[in-house]
Design a protein around this ligand. Structure first.
Ligand code: ADP
Ligand code: MG
Length: 203
């Protein structure tokens, strides 16, 4: 399986273009780092790759076909801020089961306590909330995971723990991983290939 971004250009509304003619791919089983300075459009590209934003020009393809317009998206995104990914008015159970079949074995292996599911998002610590957010996008149908500054807000020990969970799952399932970060050292440590958005963007 291959995730392909072809000639992606993007601007918010009528603003100036942030991304111009960006091409990249991720193969199944690859761990690719996407690095670039802050404010350069990494998160925008991450949202385009996972179907949350429609590119102004260009397309995102999985094995040559467009991302599904509805139903479960095989490309899933983890954000920097887990509290923004969760609806504060929903119990965690409702967020978890939203549109996907959770992998019970995975929840157990990630230490997601059953009792958490009856809580509101603000009743977890930052690290627990991010672990929950990661678990909820690792449904069995997820083929590519886009981790956008996933661990930036966490202390080092919690960061290491989350990366362990993610890398184990990615490896076990043969998924593709895109690590979006301004932290080159992190990308070097985790990834099999690094791409620099400043070199891809023809802005
Ligand atoms: P990065 O993740 O590399 O820090 P972003 O993709 O978040 O960069 O942002 C790229 C640029 O797009 C920034 O100048 C930012 O201010 C702008 N931007 C981000 N989101 C929006 C939005 N919803 N509307 C308008 N501009 C935005
Ligand atoms: Mg960002």
């Amino acid at each position: 399986m291959r995730l392909d971004a072809k000639n992606i250009s993007f601007r918010y509304g009528n603003g100036s273009f942030i991304l111009k003619d960006v091409n990249l791919f991720i193969d199944k089983g690859e761990r690719v780092g996407l690095v670039g300075p802050s404010g350069y459009g990494k998160s925008t590209l991450a949202k385009i790759l996972s179907g949350y934003l429609k590119p102004t020009k260009g397309e995102v393809l999985i094995d040559g076909k467009p991302l599904p317009a509805k139903g479960y998206c095989p490309v899933q995104l983890v954000y920097q801020h887990p509290e923004k990914a969760l609806n504060p008015r929903w119990k965690l159970r409702d967020s978890l089961y939203e549109g996907l079949e959770p992998d019970v074995e995975l929840l157990d292996s990630m230490g997601i306590e059953r009792e958490w599911l009856d809580r509101w998002p603000n009743e977890l610590s930052g690290g627990e909330m991010q672990r929950f957010c990661v678990a909820r996008v690792l449904g069995e149908k997820t083929k590519f995971l886009i981790a956008d500054e996933m661990s930036t807000m966490l202390d080092v020990i919690t960061q290491a723990q989350i990366w362990n969970y993610v890398l184990q799952t990615v490896e076990k399932r043969g998924m593709g991983l895109l690590v979006v970060t301004h932290n080159h050292a992190l990308a070097d440590r985790i990834c099999t290939r690094i791409i620099d958005l400043t070199g891809l963007n023809k802005i």
